[in-house]
Design a protein around this ligand. Structure first.
Ligand code: ADP
Ligand code: MG
Length: 361
């Protein structure tokens, strides 16, 4: 998908729907029940384990013999997203994807999502439909069912809270606490791009504020912007690990930056982490953009957030099974706790890892 965003002035009531279509229907015209009906109209149950979805007092889902996984994440306007450059469709996609990512990080498979939404009167029916387009697209991509939720008015802009449930086979759930000395530390995909995408969007927003005639120039940064706006949970990796017969010893998703996640894993597992700068995966465009913004490339990887890749450790005996995988990178080793959490720089200096992950407060 290409990003040619139009920046919108969110103080005016009309822009949110105008940028998508000319029509604007107030939510009050059809009411909460009308809205829920409209949003659920096109939905058909895809999953055989959904007995009752939207429309009753509670969803009815077939219980499985596997372990049940439950996770919840909340996104609030102005804290987690800025609607002047985040299209509602992408926001919907991201809200589902970040929850799926948490289920993936337990080595599980997501099955159902529940969506609680707070809406102010700035939002038209068309705007909510746009949001749901993204939600439905993500549900299709990850084979999860939107099985219910709640809708309420909000004075503080848009609030989205998603709860995702999933299953994991008994004995194969992977926690943060299982890393042991000698294990190999792995990271998927590439890191730092989502943070740089945010820098690009913020820069273009600042330009727009100075001069509203200027529309954003994003052509050269498509990959970065996409990584920021529409992250895709790595369920593909979970399926592949399963096919290859690899159960990581510890795993988590990378939402706050690699350094912060490594420190969490270190603490939970009671071990130290040693990673090598030269092994950290970064996309070429991300690298060039970091240079352009004069931000240290390692800092983007270590402290930039929202990559939604997976960080995991494997026993050395599993190394050969993953060696040829294009998208799994071996970035270091688990060591004794006393040796601490360190990065070996390209100049072979040992640097202590510190958490400067995303802080909302
Ligand atoms: P109740 O008053 O019993 O909570 P609601 O009128 O809030 O019922 O919801 C009716 C049905 O619509 C329920 O099945 C609920 O899960 C679903 N629902 C409500 N809001 C949403 C939403 N934003 N997204 C998806 N489903 C929703
Ligand atoms: Mg309700």
């Amino acid at each position: 998908m290409r990003y040619s965003l139009k920046f919108a002035d969110k103080s005016t009531k009309t822009t949110l729907s105008k940028s998508m279509s000319e029509k604007r229907t107030e939510i009050g015209e059809i009411g909460e029940f009308g809205l829920i009906k409209k949003l659920s109209e096109g939905l058909t149950f895809k999953r055989p384990d959904t007995f009752t979805g939207i429309g009753d007092d509670a969803a009815v889902i077939k219980a499985s013999s596997d372990e049940l996984l439950v996770t919840s994440d909340m996104l609030t306007e102005g804290i987690h997203f800025d609607l002047s450059y985040v299209p509602l469709m992408h926001l919907g996609y991201k809200a589902i994807s970040v929850n799926v990512s948490d289920i993936a990080a337990m080595n599980g498979t997501p099955t159902h999502v529940f969506l609680n939404i707070g809406l102010s009167n700035r939002f038209s029916v068309e705007a909510v439909e746009e949001l749901y387009k993204g939600i439905n697209a993500a549900c299709n991509d990850f084979n999860v069912e939107l099985a219910g939720g709640d809708t309420t008015a909000s004075h503080a802009g848009l609030i989205l809270s998603v709860t995702c449930i999933g299953t994991g086979p008994k004995g194969k759930i992977v926690k943060r606490s299982g890393a042991k000395k000698g294990d190999i530390i792995c990271a998927t995909g590439d890191l730092g791009a989502a943070y740089l995408g945010l820098q690009v969007l913020e820069r273009e927003k600042a330009v727009f504020k100075q001069n509203p005639q200027m529309q954003p120039k994003l052509e050269n940064y498509q990959y970065l912007v996409q990584r920021q706006l529409k992250p895709k949970a790595r369920m593909d990796i979970i399926h592949e690990l399963n096919e290859l017969g690899v159960v990581p010893t510890a795993m988590m998703d990378i939402s706050d930056g690699l350094a912060s996640e490594l420190l969490h894993m270190s603490k939970a597992s009671g071990v130290g982490m040693k990673i090598f700068e030269e092994n950290l995966p970064m996309d070429g465009l991300a690298y060039d953009t970091a240079v352009e913004f004069q931000i240290d490339t390692a800092a983007c990887i270590l402290n930039g957030g929202e990559d939604y890749e997976l960080l995991f450790t494997i026993d050395q005996k599993d190394h050969a099974k993953l060696e040829k995988h294009r998208d799994i990178h071996f970035i270091g080793f688990v060591q004794d706790l006393e040796l601490g959490n360190v990065l070996i720089s390209k100049q072979q200096n040992e640097v202590a890892l510190t958490a400067q992950g995303f802080k909302h407060f």
